[in-house]
Design a protein around this ligand. Sequence first.
Ligand code: NAP
Length: 307
Amino acid sequence: MTIRIAIVGLGKIANDQHIPAILASDAFEFVAGASHEGSYPGIAMFRDVDELLAADVRVDAVAMCQPPQVRVDAAAKAIRAGKHVLLEKPPGATLAEVEALVQLAKGAGTTLFAAWHSRFAPGVHDARAWLAERRIDSARIVWKEDVRRWHPGQQWIWEPGGLGVFDPGINALSIATAILPNHFYLASGTLEVPANRAAPIAAELNMVGMNGEPVHAVFDWRQQGPQTWDIVVETDDGTLSLTHGGAQLVIDGTAREVGPEREYSDLYAHFAHLIAQGLSDVDRTPLRLVADAFMRCRQVQVDAFED
Ligand code: NAP
């Protein structure tokens, strides 16, 4: 039986990825949306999640695609109404609110899925398999992009809970925590916060793995020209480079065939699988590292930044 799904928040990611992936999926049927400004032809539209849940439209699952600061209330209401819920990344603005959703879903017997889309990038699976059999000596993460190009007009990213440069940086952390076989933790770092903003525009994180191996990350939102989304891992048996956000895998200078990009179709296939099996999948590890960065890093003020 197809899963009748609604989307809350018809913004950039809903239109770019969620709607096309749902429409292409045999497992889901796109039946409704909740949006203040957006709309989509041929589905039932409501102003917010309250109207959606009160309406006479059968909905089995809801994809939460609004900014993280406003997600927990809507997700809690949907779970209490017995819906399966997909949370865009990051799954929440705090760890404790994500924990609340986990407990609610457990109590309601519904599926909760924290959708780390970058983990579905084509090179991630093979990178994890290759690294699992080797000793990790070090890892370097460089995630540098132009915020004006990728987040035009989005003010929530600069507000508390919007995470600033960790909005993309958490994608790198979601991949690193998936491919590196050992646990690693944050030891020190620096957050650069523009004078007129509440969230960092750049970050440097010094992390450490269980054998003392360094895991170093640099995130920067001021990158002009070519964009960089790379993870390089040195091992006792060669160098692995996972670049282009996980789309390209090179091992000791030789490119591996990893197939085409299909992050969101694979992500929805996993959501359907979780629902069918009665399972949830809510990994908080990437969000915990970001929370630790706000706890543990030195914050320095840098020049004001205008969009
Ligand atoms: P966005 O374009 O700013 O859209 C978010 C939508 O959420 C808005 O269009 C709005 O839709 C709704 N919304 C509800 N309350 C809001 C509020 N207080 N402020 C602003 N919007 C509000 O953001 P987005 O880029 O789609 O990102 C949404 C989430 O997806 C974020 O967690 C982000 O990290 C994640 N994500 C984004 C991308 C990307 O490429 N942009 C990629 C992967 C993941 P309505 O008018 O329909 O209510």
